[in-house]
Design a protein. Structure first.
Length: 203
């Protein structure tokens, strides 16, 4: 059999990368190489760079998973946000920061300024945050009274509503079955503010 024309192979590479991006799992150059059986990683890189030159892909410099779809007029850039694991929304459990994939988020923030966390527990159901939801969190060490935050208390993390009374930090649930957490001074550290909640339907 003859060799596949370069243009046809490049189209297949584009479709593969596009599907991965839309699924929230941007591929590395090596993953493209393995998916198409290229002998050298340079072959995969050349196809990707040609797609960038044609304007069909954009590339973020210095990132191994830096390829993305070009922006449409008026569209915010899509940032591939790491899902760091799960965080409780009930009693405090040990925070788990094992990388659990990526999720696309439209934002002008840099990738390092946002992360995603899976929620378990039912203490925030009144705020519309249910077990197994994915919360998108903006990294910040401060927040305003009444904002939903991800906070570390000692070595454990939780999702709660921040309330400050007479300079005392309190972490309040949104479920009457749970009690507020009132940590000792200096024991609490804010990891960030919840800016979005995502839910899979048909769980």
């Amino acid at each position: 059999m003859g060799r596949t024309p370069p243009g046809e192979t490049r189209e297949r590479v584009f479709r593969y990368v596009r599907e991965r991006l839309l699924a929230g799992a941007p591929p590395t150059v090596r993953e493209v190489q393995e998916a198409f059986g290229f002998r050298a990683v340079q072959t995969a890189r050349e196809h990707l760079e040609q797609l960038v030159a044609e304007g069909r892909l954009d590339k973020q410099a210095g990132r191994s998973r830096g390829y993305r779809l070009p922006l449409q007029p008026g569209e915010l850039p899509t940032v591939m946000v790491p899902i760091l694991g799960r965080v409780p929304a009930g009693g405090l459990d040990a925070a788990i920061e094992d990388l659990d994939g990526f999720v696309p988020v439209q934002s002008t923030l840099e990738p390092g300024e946002i992360f995603g966390l899976r929620v378990h527990g039912e203490s925030m159901t009144g705020a519309g945050i249910l077990p197994d939801d994915l919360v998108i969190v903006r990294r910040q060490s401060t927040a305003r009274n009444g904002q939903v935050v991800v906070a570390m208390v000692g070595d454990e993390a939780t999702v709660k509503t921040l309330k400050i009374r007479d300079r005392q930090v309190e972490l309040h649930p949104a479920n009457p079955d749970y009690r507020p957490i009132v940590p000792e001074p200096g024991e609490v550290r804010l990891l960030g503010r919840v800016i979005e909640v995502r839910r899979r339907l048909g769980r």
